[in-house]
Structures are given as C-alpha cells and as structure tokens.
Design a protein around this ligand. Structure first.
Ligand code: CAA
Length: 383
C-alpha cells in the first residue's frame, strides 16, 4: 500500500499541472460555454507523450503505469473535467482493449497511433436499451465472407465524433446472452458509419459526446478483437480500468473546487474578517479535505494494484463510487462557500459543480458500482 507517491510521479504531476494552468485554464470557460472540443490541447498532450501513459514505448506509449495515468487525469480535471475525460476515455477505453486483447498486427496498426497521440480513441458499448444492462446489446455483426456486417447504434459515446478509432461491441451469436457478444475495431470514415449531432450536456462540455450509427458497415474479419464471444468480458475488463480514470477525474474536479473555495474564503470579508476565519467555514474545509484524501488513497491504491498486475476490479469500483460521490459533496460545499457569487457563469466553481455530476453516472452508475463491489464480497452461488 502506497502512502506517498515517489518523485517520478510528482514530477509528472508538476508538468501536467503547469500545462493545465497555462494552456487549459485560460480557455476553460470558453470551451465550456461554446461546447468546444480543444483540438490544440489534445495535439499538445500527444506531443508531450501523455496520450499513452501506461502503454509500452514499443507501442508508442510512455512506458509508465496506471498510477501515472491516474495522476494525469486528476491534474487535467483539476482545471477542466472535460479535458480530463478526453484523456481518460481515449486511454483506458479506446486504447486499453487493443493493448490487452489485440493481435500484434492490430497493435501496430491501431495502438501505436493512439498511444503516440496521432489518433484519438473511443469505446462504443452503451445503447438505448443497453445502459446499465450492458449484456442487453442489440447491435449486430453478421459474418459475410471476409467481413462482419455491423448494424445498430451506440449512444453517449465520449470522444465521438472526434475520435478516429472505436472499439465497438456487437452480437455475433444471438440468443445466448453475454457469450454472444464480440468486440471490433471500427474506423471513422468507413461507409455506413455516421454520427448523431453532439449532445448538449450539463457539464464536461469541452469534451464531445455523440451517437454512433452503423448502417451495414463492412468491418474486415481481421478487426475482430479477441475471439468471437469474448466481447462482454473485454468490455467488463476494460471498464475495471476505466473506472480508475473516472475516479481520478472526479477527484481532480473536487480538488479544483476545493482550492477555488479556499482562495475565495481568504479574500471574502464578512463580519469584519475573511470568512476562512469562521468556524462554520473551517468545518466545511475539514470535511472536504478529509474526503479528498480518502478518495486519493482509494484511487492510488487501485492503480497500484493494477500496475502490479494484481486483481483490482473491486478496488477500482470502490474508488470510482467514492470519489464521484464525494465530488458532488465537495463541489456543492465549494459553491456554498462562494455564496451567490458561486452561482454565476464564469466562476470556476459553477463549472466544477456541473462537471462533477456525470462522474456518478458514466462508466457504470454508482448503483452498478455497488452491484460490482457486492459481487466480490458475496459471490453468487454456483448453479
Ligand atoms: N472482468 C472479466 N469478466 C467479467 C467481469 C470483469 N470485471 N465482470 C463480469 N465478467 C464476466 C462474468 O464472469 C460472466 O462470465 P461467465 O458467464 O463465464 O460466468 C460474464 O462476464 C457475465 O457477467 P454477469 O453475469 O455478472 O453479467 P450481468 O449481465 O449480470 O452484468 C454488470 C453485470 C456488472 C451489471 C454489467 O452489465 C455492467 O458493468 N454494467 C454497467 C455497464 C457500464 O459500466 N457501462 C458504461 C459504458 S462506457 C462509458 O460510460 C464511457 C464514458 O462515457 C466515458
């Protein structure tokens, strides 16, 4: 169990914090207001080598690990939760399944450009009738000669339509439940693959989210990821890691809100002194700081387990559930400390408050995290 991160991680934190402060912060309000995807920021993150932090250098990555990746998402989200999730969805959802289940050819063709930041990745699992019940996938992939013919649609897909490469889940054998689902690598630009208009969201508005529409898309057989029928397991294993990223995003948003409130409370004078001197305000900070510290330990320990190739599914679910729950509480307290000023557009804390909400919903709602944690604590009896 790690209580203090080593110098290597703190150097990365410093570099990303500086980048976030100088490149992201000045435009964060504009990105949020205009629902604008930060192309230049993503390009720069690629140039810094941050788009493939946990992947091997031979595949275009930085050759680091899950903890370094979590710190990167945390630091970006401390300034802009939308930029944090662009990195998170790209790294742990769009790239991880190719790294973990891809053939050597697939890794060379798809992982290398993703991890080096040349291309952006996304993950297509959710459907209108298959949200929490991911096994209810209805998109189909029917084998026809050298191609699978893909039909259906995926909703709420982070990084669409900006992403170049999509890991998509579809039914190859109907009627046998989760064992009939397979995973595919699908490229933007293929005939029959189109997008819905990007959603107009409450928060994380600098990230794009859109629907994927597949109308008889011809997916070459060699783009099947893993084996036929292995798709659900690939999706679940991918989400285990993804949840560390979302937990880190939630932590970063909460940390940003906490710091903004601390600063504000030192400047705001009421009753003849800065409100930071009032016990009612100090108690709020005591609670907020304790929650942040607990979330950070949960996240870093889950990341450490993953980096050490030990089981981490339960710990990742706990980290995601806790960090996102406290992100709502901390951003709420931070806004409360700002009083009426915090309710105004243009105040960072107003954006953090809106950005936090999604973290209790995506990559498995917090109700599903409890299902996952419960399944580790009390395994189902074997039938
Ligand atoms: N790793 C490997 N295998 C796993 C697994 C895991 N973590 N979890 C389950 N499996 C396997 C099981 O062992 C089982 O295999 P067998 O049949 O061989 O025993 C199989 O998968 C089916 O498992 P369950 O019976 O537990 O499946 P279920 O249908 O009851 O569903 C669930 C379980 C946990 C509720 C799952 O549906 C789930 O995680 N739902 C939430 C989906 C989700 O998180 N969606 C997020 C979308 S992505 C997103 O949000 C991205 C974004 O925007 C940023």
């Amino acid at each position: 169990m790690l209580f203090k991160t080593s110098e290597k991680y703190e150097e990365l934190r410093k570099a990303i914090r500086e980048f976030a402060e100088t490149e992201v912060k000045p435009i964060a309000f504009q990105l949020d207001q205009n629902n604008e995807f930060p192309h230049d920021i993503v390009k720069m993150m690629g140039e810094h080598g941050w788009m493939g932090i946990p992947y091997a250098q031979e595949y275009g990555g930085a050759g680091s690990d899950a903890l370094a990746y979590a710190i990167a998402v945390e630091e970006l989200s401390r300034v802009d939760g939308g930029v944090g999730v662009i990195l998170s969805a790209h790294t742990s959802l769009g790239s991880y399944p190719i790294e973990a289940f891809g053939t050597e050819e697939q890794k060379q063709k798809y992982l290398v450009p993703l991890a080096s930041g040349e291309k952006l990745g996304a993950f297509g699992l959710t459907e209108p009738e298959a949200g929490s019940d991911a096994g209810g996938t209805q998109t189909t992939a029917e084998l026809d000669g050298d191609y699978y013919i893909l039909n259906g649609n995926k909703i709420f897909i982070t990084n669409a339509p900006e992403a170049d490469t999509y890991v998509v889940f579809a039914v190859t054998t109907p009627g046998i439940g989760t064992k009939g689902i397979s995973a595919f690598i699908v490229e933007k630009g293929w005939e029959g693959f189109s997008f819905g208009d990007p959603y107009d969201k409450l928060g994380i508005r600098s990230s794009k989210t859109a629907e994927l529409i597949f109308d008889n898309v011809k997916v070459p057989k060699e783009n099947l990821l893993g084996q036929e029928g292995q798709g659900f397991r690939i999706a679940m294993q991918t989400l285990d890691g993804g949840r560390i990223g979302i937990a880190a995003q939630a932590l970063g948003i909460a940390q940003g809100a906490y710091e903004a409130a601390l600063q504000y409370s030192k400047e705001r004078v009421q009753f003849g002194r800065p409100i930071s001197q009032l016990q009612s305000i100090q108690f709020k900070f005591a609670d907020m700081a304790t929650k942040l510290r607990c979330a950070r330990f949960l996240i870093y320990s889950a990341a450490e387990l993953k980096s050490n190739h030990e089981p981490y599914g339960m710990e990742a679910a706990m980290a995601k559930m806790y960090a996102s729950d406290i992100a709502l509480e901390v951003t709420n307290d931070a806004l409360q400390i700002h009083g009426g000023n915090g309710y105004l557009k243009g105040m960072e804390v107003e954006r953090f408050y809106r950005d936090a909400k999604i973290t209790t919903i995506y990559e498995g709602t917090n109700e599903i995290q409890r299902v996952v944690i419960g399944s580790y604590l009390i395994p189902r009896p074997k039938s």
